[in-house]
Design a protein around this ligand. Structure first.
Ligand code: S3P
Length: 171
């Protein structure tokens, strides 16, 4: 079993899909932001604010090297900017969760914890800038991915089923 590395824009549902896959398969799941938060004993938002985005990206690099060398048989969900790590394809099979920008924002706003979800993501504080970032990143996400899952209007459970089916086919 190769690692699966879930990429995609902020708010697309990487964490929810990863949890659903872990519930319904033998995969264990870890999240790059969670690893960074436990390393630093700080929330991502605080790392951006107290330190800098550059510092956060250096931590992502450290995590990427550890994943490549030490992690196997695992479903890894990532922060939206983690795809920039040069060894991404060496870590595992890259699966993109894809959806149009407006749908992602609609999805976040519909969530019962919408405010918290928006607040914890410094790069979503300005929606115009976030849309620019989305437009810049989407072609890069597509280029890197082995499997694409369109998550628009689908539940995490349906996405997880689709993911497991496509991964099996890919093997
Ligand atoms: C980021 C996405 C965030 C988090 C950080 C930066 C990004 O993770 O890693 O705020 O650059 O897109 P989510 O994609 O889980 O929101």
């Amino acid at each position: 079993m190769k690692n699966i590395i879930l990429i995609g824009f902020m708010g697309v549902g990487k964490g929810s899909v990863a949890r659903e896959v872990a519930k319904n398969s033998s995969y264990m799941t870890i999240d790059t932001d969670d690893l960074i938060e436990s390393m630093e004993n700080k929330k991502v938002k605080e790392i951006f604010g107290d330190d800098s985005e550059e510092y956060f990206r250096a931590l992502e690099k450290k995590v990427s090297l550890w994943l490549e060398g030490s992690v196997k048989n695992t479903l890894i969900s990532t922060g939206g900017g983690f795809y920039k790590q040069k060894n991404l394809k060496k870590i595992g099979l890259v699966v993109l969760l894809d959806s149009p920008f407006d749908e992602i924002i609609k999805r976040i706003k519909k969530h019962p914890n919408a405010e918290k979800k928006l607040k914890k993501r410094p790069l979503l504080s300005d929606l115009k800038a976030a849309k620019k970032l989305y437009d810049l990143r989407r072609p890069e996400y597509l280029k890197l991915s082995d499997i694409v899952i369109d998550v628009t209007k689908k539940s995490a459970s349906d996405c997880s089923k689709e993911l497991l089916k496509k991964v099996k086919k890919h093997a």
